[in-house]
Design a protein around this ligand. Structure first.
Ligand SMILES: Cc1cc2nc3c(=O)[nH]c(=O)nc-3n(C[C@H](O)[C@H](O)[C@H](O)COP(=O)(O)O)c2cc1C
Length: 311
């Protein structure tokens, strides 16, 4: 079943974010905050899923029943591993498979994965075919950028759209630009025009710098995208997927923070480095008077119990 075709327009997607959109954070968003129409996992390496270390990699593919529809994002370069990983994700209960062709990380690109695939289109095409073969009836999507060192929308996006994908997410920056410059929505609009011509059945999701449902709506009206993907916007406003924006109280923020710490501890155990959790503190303790001093105290906590005492 292709769930993407059943979504409203524009639909809103929580972006895949390494170290952020794990099963715990997705659960907090699903149960305690306004829910996006689609969730993505963190990117997960297909060689890891086909190696001795499989068990550790599999923790990235945990999911719960509150988090649907959820797409497993995979990265790597070996079609045989892609096919097996896509089949595994289908078995685990994911609703779709996404291939990462946009990561600008140096190590990822050096291995030929992420954005480096923009320079090796025949491997990209093999990976899409392999994901389709493994995913069977599940939809297959690609998330990419508009080029590596320079903008290459015409050639690269046209190529991808000839590969029979269900959804294409376009992050409006080159790999070289990382997140350093404003996203180029004109190029995302160009991607939509290309798809209207050569692959009208494919949905295009625009990504870059969207901070509210309202601005997502206006980008849809201006550029014709089917959906909007939001990444860092959720750090600035946990209620970013709220349809009618409202002011949220300190108590509301701290209630969600407490639930997040509780679920983090319940899921990963006290043993897991608690400092990893602290990157979320700024998201919850930021927007009310005295937040900076309060956050500084929270950052000194070494255990969940110390955090609860301050809440
Ligand atoms: C902390 C962090 C981790 C990310 N990890 C991934 C990832 O695993 N896979 C991916 O495709 N993009 C990843 N991205 C990129 C985002 O999905 C998104 O494309 C980018 O942040 C631009 O959208 P935004 O302006 O709404 O944040 C990551 C971004 C951030 C900030």
């Amino acid at each position: 079943m292709n769930f993407w075709t059943t979504l409203p327009k524009p639909f809103f997607v929580l972006a895949p974010m390494e170290g952020v959109t794990d099963v715990v954070f997705r659960e907090i968003v699903a149960l305690c905050l306004p829910k996006p129409d689609v969730f993505f996992t963190e990117f997960t390496n297909i060689d890891g899923l086909n190696s001795e270390g499989k068990k550790a990699t599999l923790t990235r593919l945990k999911l719960t029943k509150s988090q649907h529809p959820v797409v497993a994002q995979l990265w790597g370069t070996r079609p045989d591993h892609m096919e097996k990983s896509a089949a595994l994700c289908a078995k685990l209960g994911f609703d779709g498979i996404d291939i990462n062709m946009g990561c600008p990380d140096r190590a990822v690109m050096k291995s030929g994965g992420g954005s480096a695939l923009i320079n090796t289109p025949s491997i990209a095409a093999d990976l899409i075919r392999a994901a389709r073969a493994g995913a069977k009836q599940l939809p297959v999507s690609v998330k990419t950028r508009i080029g590596v060192n320079t903008i290459n929308t015409d050639e690269w996006i046209s190529f991808l759209l000839q590969q029979n994908i269900d959804v294409l997410t376009v992050h409006g920056r080159t790999a070289k630009q990382k997140s350093d410059v404003p996203a180029n929505w004109e190029e995302i609009g160009k991607a939509v025009r290309i798809k209207n011509e050569i692959a009208p059945h494919t949905l295009v999701v625009g990504n870059g710098d969207i901070e509210s449902v309202e601005s997502g709506q206006s980008m849809m009206e201006r550029h014709g995208v089917d959906g909007i993907m939001v990444g860092r916007g959720i750090f600035h406003n946990p209620w970013v997927f709220e349809k009618n924006t409202s002011i949220h109280t300190k108590e509301e923020y701290l209630t969600v923070l407490r639930k997040h710490v509780e679920l983090y501890t319940k899921t990963w155990g006290e043993g897991k480095n608690f400092d990893v959790m602290k990157k979320f503190f700024k998201m919850y303790v930021n927007s009310f008077p005295g937040a900076a001093e309060y956050r500084a105290k929270l950052m000194e906590c070494k255990t969940p119990a110390e955090v609860y005492q301050l809440l």
